[in-house]
Design a protein around this ligand. Structure first.
Ligand code: ACO
Length: 321
């Protein structure tokens, strides 16, 4: 049966590095606290780069690697919660920057789960025979949504983008799984611009990120192992068959705890948040591209991608490389 194969990967991170020591100069924190609780040592912060610029650079790399011309892309899905504009959507900006003139494009908003939701959506289109080639990109500039006086959140995030090109093929995605729980939405929020129309007689206000860290932690370490088990059971695949678990890079302690609960070896859980922090929608494809370019992935390897975040949302994809 026709499925969806990842045929190219790419990534982009902003030039500017901000270390934990740099943040210790703006809020009451220190390198030891951040590293021991999160595994994060530094992150990239966008100064001149826009969300769509980062996304387009990652997309171009992925297309180059796949040897696919931009005109051959049918669909562009951008997973983001920090687009440059309310409209046009980011996918249309990317289309313009890379010259993917024949593609339809739109954004998917599911925070740190966005990339997995977008990949699963592209898979549905490909499996249905509607499209053949799609670009799936995760890109976020969360630095513009952070309250830089809140040490509980500002130390955790960074900016970055990653992309994959997917194509109809006879091997690739084996199974997908997605969940949402809107009743828990309040534990991780970022308000949009508020209504400030003339009848209300006030100006719009801008929202910033708020998070109940411990609730997010509990959610992640419970739901991620659960969804991975469901995904593997449904697709009659054992944990031992999985070469890598490519998880959203929020926090190394979450990853350790997921590995422990799954009783899977921690060496199967690659991580790069030490250098990039939590890049939200960008994190999974950023890590996947790093693994791909290091030659860690061989044809036939089975990997699980799993994202989790605001919504609350969580999802997973089982892929044969
Ligand atoms: N530096 C120093 N101290 C800090 C900092 C900081 N950056 N941030 C918080 N503290 C303080 C708190 O004020 C608190 O002090 P108090 O006891 O005097 O009030 C103390 O540290 C403990 O705070 P907790 O919130 O209980 O710390 P905890 O050990 O839970 O660690 C953390 C906080 C790292 C956020 C943790 O809860 C966590 O990892 N949660 C997961 C959140 C996450 O990964 N979110 C990512 C976004 S969501 C996603 O991508 C899915």
């Amino acid at each position: 049966m026709m499925t969806t194969r990842i045929v190219g990967t790419g990534a982009y991170v902003p030039e500017q590095i901000a270390t934990n020591d740099d943040l210790a100069r703006i809020v009451e924190t220190n390198d030891e606290w951040i590293r021991s609780r999160t595994g994060i040592g530094e992150r990239r912060i966008a100064t001149t780069e826009t969300n769509s610029y980062m996304a387009a650079q990652a997309a171009k790399q992925a297309l180059d690697q796949a040897g696919i011309a931009p005109e051959d892309v049918d669909l562009i899905l951008l997973a983001t919660s920090s687009p440059d504009y309310c409209f046009p959507n980011g996918a249309c900006e990317i289309q313009e920057q890379i010259g993917a003139v024949n593609a339809a494009g739109y954004d998917i908003s599911a925070a740190c789960t966005g990339f997995v939701f977008a990949l699963n959506t592209a898979h549905a289109f490909i499996q249905a025979g509607i499209y053949r080639t799609a670009l799936v990109i995760g890109s976020d500039v969360l630095s513009k949504l952070l309250d830089w006086t809140d040490r509980g959140t500002c130390v955790l995030f960074g900016d970055g983008a990653g992309a994959v090109v997917v194509q109809a093929a006879d091997r690739g995605v084996i199974g997908v799984k997605m969940h949402s729980d809107g009743t828990k939405g309040g534990v991780l929020t970022c308000g949009a611009r508020t209504n400030g129309n003339f009848l209300l007689g006030k100006k719009p206000e801008l929202g910033y990120m708020t998070m109940d860290g411990q609730e997010v932690f509990k959610f992640a370490v419970k739901k991620v192992p659960e969804i991975i088990k469901e995904l593997l059971e449904e697709n009659r695949t054992s944990l031992e068959e999985i070469r890598y678990f490519v998880l959203h890079q929020a926090n190394y302690r979450i990853i350790e705890s997921v590995a422990k609960r799954l009783k899977a070896d921690i060496s199967k859980f690659p991580a790069n948040m030490e250098h990039y922090g939590n890049t939200s929608g960008g994190s999974i494809p950023l890590l996947l591209d790093e693994m791909n370019r290091k030659g860690m992935l061989a044809p036939g390897d089975k990997i699980v991608l799993s994202g989790f975040g605001a919504g609350l949302t969580w999802g997973a994809t089982l892929v044969e490389w």
